[in-house]
Unconditional design. Structure first.
Length: 212
């Protein structure tokens, strides 16, 4: 009983001492500004921006907007948000690659692009960052413009038909074709967005493993 109590108190003392030591190191680094000249804080902040933006828009902003806004207003909001959203998905992976903090080991991966392309980082770093970049770029440069074109055609067709595209069937043949094409593009874009989010989480898991 006394031995268990002693070990418990002793282990707590060690843990507390280590926490205080690490806290002092962090304060010292922040105090002399040395950490501000390293890549690590900018890398972590960039990753947090990317993940937070995707989670908020995918699961909170879009869902809430769809529930409370009328369909035309919701469409206007999405068209205004998507260029910035997909732009972040395409740009931040580049920032993450440029600010990649290398290994402290002399034999480990170096910082920046060289570290990203290092053989040891092929699956945990290069693949997810490359996936995020390509997926975001595809949405930004191809799927978004194509979707906007179909949306414009649907608005013109609505004037001809005297009926909104979202009011339900029956539709004219032209509107049916446009709705089908819009649904396909929107579905592909949504799937790519989920792939991008998954790749972002995968990279975060790999990044967190370096904190151990």
């Amino acid at each position: 009983m006394y031995l268990v109590l002693y070990l418990f108190l002793h282990s707590n003392t060690i843990i507390t001492t280590n926490l205080h030591r690490n806290h002092r190191k962090l304060i010292f680094k922040m105090g002399d500004g040395s950490i501000l000249f390293s890549l690590a804080p900018y890398h972590v902040l960039s990753y947090g921006t990317l993940l937070g933006t995707q989670v908020f828009h995918t699961f909170i902003n879009s869902v809430a907007s769809f529930k409370v806004l009328e369909r035309p207003q919701f469409a206007i909001l999405q068209r205004a948000v998507f260029p910035s959203y997909f732009g972040i998905q395409a740009a931040v992976p580049v920032v993450l690659a440029l600010t990649y903090p290398g290994s402290k080991s002399a034999f480990g991966a170096s910082s920046g692009l060289a570290g990203v392309f290092h053989e040891s980082n092929r699956w945990g770093v290069l693949l997810p960052l490359g996936t995020i970049f390509v997926a975001g770029l595809a949405n930004l440069t191809y799927l978004l413009p194509e979707t906007n074109k179909i949306t414009a055609k649907r608005r013109d067709q609505e004037k001809k038909d005297g009926k909104a595209s979202y009011e339900g069937p029956p539709y004219s043949n032209e509107m049916s074709a446009l709705n089908k094409e819009f649904g396909q593009l929107h579905g592909i874009s949504s799937l790519i967005n989920l792939v991008t989010l998954f790749a972002t989480v995968v990279y975060g898991v790999n990044l967190s493993s370096r904190l151990e």
